[in-house]
Design a protein. Structure first.
Length: 423
């Protein structure tokens, strides 16, 4: 139980952190201010500032996020808001404290009448609530603001906000998260191949032959290539396995090419085993040939990632041909339930599961749904075609609708997962 929970939290957090790091890296390269990079969610436990970004560790160890300037509302300084101002020797504001629970000793108390931390960078108000002591201060471009929960971030002037970057830069920043998930999957599959000691060939060449198996009894050996079964050509391992599994306790004829080049017809009867749902399946006791070359292991990372991508796209495509079903999706409950099974398979199972989830996260985020990265990219394309972005009101409405649909879908998926795995 504990091992499953820890594995789930670690795997899920790694996927989200890699995703968010993609957004972070390309935002920084584009001149966009990343105000915060958070590990986890909820209340802040620890923070560290470097290169204009506040890195925080938060209480709930689930994923993380980045806060880019312009992507969320600046901390509002409404008239009447009490703040503490820290000034430099030039009487410029270098820090604004909104956290009333922890006042700064060297801060001047101010009751705000107006403030602009984006364009003019000024703040006005009355010192210590004295209506006769009106002041106006310039705010440094890199001034810090301590938010109500104690998080210290940099203010977000308009020139470092997301919308101030060029369209290609914004598109790359939006795309970078899903891209990082696909890159992570490639790397994890490569690690998987090295840990396993090689990769199984996709062709129908026999590797290991199990002792006392039907294959050993009829004389099949390592290196034999199965070219056909019952006269049906076999081009790859999966097709060969599929035919064998469909013929439990039935004699079949294998056309075999030995490593010497000699061809032979072999009659064999697959043993009958049982699948998890109780159905019989045929087995002859062989494994695929394993390739152990360095280049084979590297190529596996790319080929396996591509295979999973095409499989996921095929499932998504079936939504249009077979209709939508909640069963096509799995939420955190399904991920946790599957993780419990994967943990029992050891490190290889966990690595394979992590790569698979990473690809899923990348593909799902590229769907053209508002509030997801794919939806943002669609808005970027619309902006490119129109020559100008949608108004903030329209974009906000579209995003709100998309977020609402996602919440509804997540509730349906979660409830469906709970019924599927616990009832």
């Amino acid at each position: 139980m504990i091992k499953t929970i820890l594995t789930f939290l670690i795997v899920f957090s790694i996927l989200v952190i890699f995703h968010e790091f993609g957004h972070y890296y390309f935002a920084k390269k584009s001149g966009i201010l990343v105000r915060e990079f958070a590990l986890g969610m909820g209340p802040k436990l620890f923070s560290y500032r470097k290169n204009q970004t506040t890195f925080t560790v938060r209480m709930l160890p689930l994923g993380g996020y980045v806060r880019m300037a312009g992507y969320e509302e600046e901390s509002e300084l409404r008239p009447g808001t009490p703040v503490g101002l820290v000034l430099n020797d030039q009487n410029e504001v270098i820090k604004i404290n909104l956290n009333q629970k922890k006042p700064l000793l060297n801060a001047a108390p101010l009751e705000v009448t107006s403030a602009d931390l984006e364009k003019t960078l000024v703040i006005e108000g009355y010192l210590a609530g004295n209506n006769d002591d009106f002041v106006r201060y310039n705010v440094k471009k890199d001034a810090l603001i301590i938010e109500e929960d104690g998080t210290e971030v940099q203010i977000a002037p308009i020139d470092v906000q997301f919308q101030s970057a060029s369209l290609p830069q914004r598109m790359m920043t939006n795309f970078a998260g899903p891209m990082n998930n696909l890159i992570l999957a490639i790397v994890v599959f490569i690690i998987f191949a090295f840990v396993q000691g090689g990769v199984y060939s996709s062709d129908s060449q026999i590797g290991e032959v199990m002792p006392n198996s039907p294959a050993e009894e009829v004389g099949l050996t390592k290196g034999d290539l199965v070219t056909a079964i019952n006269g049906t050509e076999v081009g790859d391992w999966q097709k060969m396995v599929s035919i064998i599994q469909k013929n439990p306790d039935k004699e079949i004829t294998l056309s075999v090419e030995h490593e010497s080049g000699e061809m032979e017809e072999v009659q064999i009867t697959p043993e009958a085993g049982q699948t998890t749902d109780g159905e019989k399946t045929g087995m002859i006791g062989v494994q695929a040939m394993m390739k152990t070359g360095f280049f084979d292991k590297i190529v596996f990372g790319f080929s396996q990632t591509w295979m999973v991508i095409t499989s996921i796209l095929s499932v998504l495509g079936s939504m249009f041909t077979k209709g939508f079903s909640v069963d096509m999706f799995g939420g955190p409950v399904a991920i946790y339930a599957t993780t419990e099974t994967v943990v029992s398979a050891g490190l290889l199972g966990i690595l394979n599961w992590m790569a698979f989830l990473s690809i899923n996260l990348g593909i799902v985020n590229l769907l053209p749904i508002p509030a997801l990265d794919g939806g943002k990219l669609v808005l970027n394309v619309i902006e490119g075609v129109r020559g100008k972005p949608l108004s903030e009101e329209k974009e906000g409405l579209v995003t709100l609708i998309g977020a609402g649909l996602l919440v509804v879908l997540m509730v349906l998926v979660t409830w469906n997962d709970i019924q599927r795995y616990f009832f």
